[in-house]
Design a protein around this ligand. Sequence first.
Ligand code: ADP
Ligand code: MG
Length: 693
Amino acid sequence: MASEAAIPGELTALHGVGPALAEKLGRLGVTRPVDLLFLLPQRYEDRTRLTPIGAVTPGSRVVIEGEVALSEVVYRRRRSLLCRISDGTGMLTLRFFYFSKAQQANLVRGTRLLCYGEARTGPGGLEMVHPEYQLLGPDEHVRLEQALTPVYPATGGLQQFRLRSLAAQALERCLPLLPDWLAGLLPADSPLPGLHEALRLMHRPPPGTDLARLAAGRHPAQRRLALEEMLAHHLSLRRLRERSRDEVALPLPRRSDLRERFLGGLGFGLTGGQRGALADIDADLAEAHPMMRLVQGDVGCGKTVVAAAAALRAVENGHQVAVMAPTELLTEQHRRSFTRWLEPLGISVVWLSGSLGRRERQRAHEAIGSGSGQVVIGTHALFQEGVSYRSLALMIVDEQQRFGVYQRLALMQKGAAGSARPHQLVMTATPIPRTLAMTLYADLDSSVIRELPPGRQPVQTIALPDRRRDEVVARVREAASAGHRAYWVCPLIEDSEELDYQAAESTHAMLVEALPGLAVGLVHGRMKPDDKDAVMRAFAAGELQVLVATTVIEVGVDVPEATLMIIENAERMGLAQLHQLRGRVGRGATTSHCVLLYQAPLPEMARQRLEVMRETNDGFVVAQKDLELRGPGEVLGTRQTGLMQLRVADLLRDADLAPLVQRLGRDLLDHSPGLVDPLIRRWVGDAAHYGNV
Ligand code: ADP
Ligand code: MG
């Protein structure tokens, strides 16, 4: 039987790898030659064919060949070098924002070029921004690739050609010795290939491989690897769960009437779901082992109150609570809620923000260190170097889907006080199907809040083509004059913060002009946290009636007076994101509206998504539909569920593998427990050690 022990253990055993390269590889999680096999391409490029320029469509990545017809440096907005090239079938512009003198001198009229890049529609027709290119001699023959070109996840200073050559060495030297641990466990008639075949295909897809299927992540080779990867994570989380049962935490029983006084001052009663979740939490907290609990509940169900009520248990036992949220914006909002709720009870709330000055930060650190800060709120900065808690008993993680599972575990390690570990309360608005939750939150117990607070009216959702924007502007005007507030969310432009920002700016300018007399604010990801918070505060206080935003407001923001949500280019967004955005309204007693603006013609998949949004407000239904609609070939923007960093598996797309993962997990633990650690090591690598203290 093949054994990993026979494979060289040192990266430097590979040709061309010295200490410097080994260190860079380490940053990708590659510490042994065999790890290279599991560093999988993110995508593939087809450089096996030449496309006539006349046949190039915007959005496609193609190889073209042509002759420079015109080359000039222009200064519109930004200095750039433009080269018009032609091959007799059409023209295309190459656009360079960064270029050297030598490059400019090379790219003159009459030069023949071979280019590879993504075509898009620019101001002067088709263009490619910063294509890869190669100069061709007048009679030189064009040489194309023989196989699909893998593109590996890159890290600073590691070039693709180097990763490709390392992968080739690993395929040759390590693959034949690599054991396939699932070979005996999968049913004989399984459609999934063996491990060797799967890995070879991933690194070296032969010409003719179904690229669309590969891009959609539905190739059997990917499914085989996704299965093993999910299994490794599942086992690693089960291990962690088991270990936590042996670990010590500070028991936090009820000590006073603090909780009752808090709830009495709220002005509303808890929903059944909120009470249920709190009862689960209380039972866990009373134990001397760390709580590991996930509270799932749709946007707006009121998870923050539950968090605050849980926090009181730690406070009344004389210990501290850390409340962690993924964005500064959210921590600012939590600071407001927690301060308003808890300070009247004599509890001190400390905010650790990136925007604090040196002195303020110093003071916050002191309060955390001395224990005078009882509830501490912040981003992951809460667990950075230099922050030490006097006695942290509970850690609350909001919007867990934005943090990685292992990141959360690592932070918990840092929060440990002596031998005691903090209890963990994790909250998420991303509803995930039960089987998936059991597989991938295997380290957590879960409570679900099913209902929204009473009196909420479902958000009325409509979809309108972009050309009816004027009517939408009129609606915003009406809502604002009736004393309501509106969000206007701008198009999401993939992978380009710069363009996101431009789009938001121009929408802002348009609305300022169209809505005289109304205060229109703008918030986007590139603003300083301070400025962002100032704008959000002004919107929350009603000084601004309209807020133009990029998707930075997607999670958690709570302004109950906002009743109108406009989402531009809704056709480009995934269901989960649309649902999160819509969840920003419908938080008060007045009926709220959500307008999904789209660019016609609407692709079929997008049409179905908007349909789902119009039909239901229920996050669990939306999540289920999301799964059903994510057919092959469907690209849903760049953001995945984000539960953990995965190499091949996509938790939603591969959700159907969850039951098999659980069965295999049981089989391995029962019959081959010795394989569990190597399997975890193979896929989860060092991340797993976060939990090993
Ligand atoms: P999410 O679960 O999305 O984090 P929040 O905690 O932000 O939701 O709560 C949404 C809004 O509902 C807040 O304004 C909160 O004060 C309010 N709220 C929470 N629980 C209740 C309740 N039981 N009754 C009425 N309003 C509530
Ligand atoms: Mg929330």
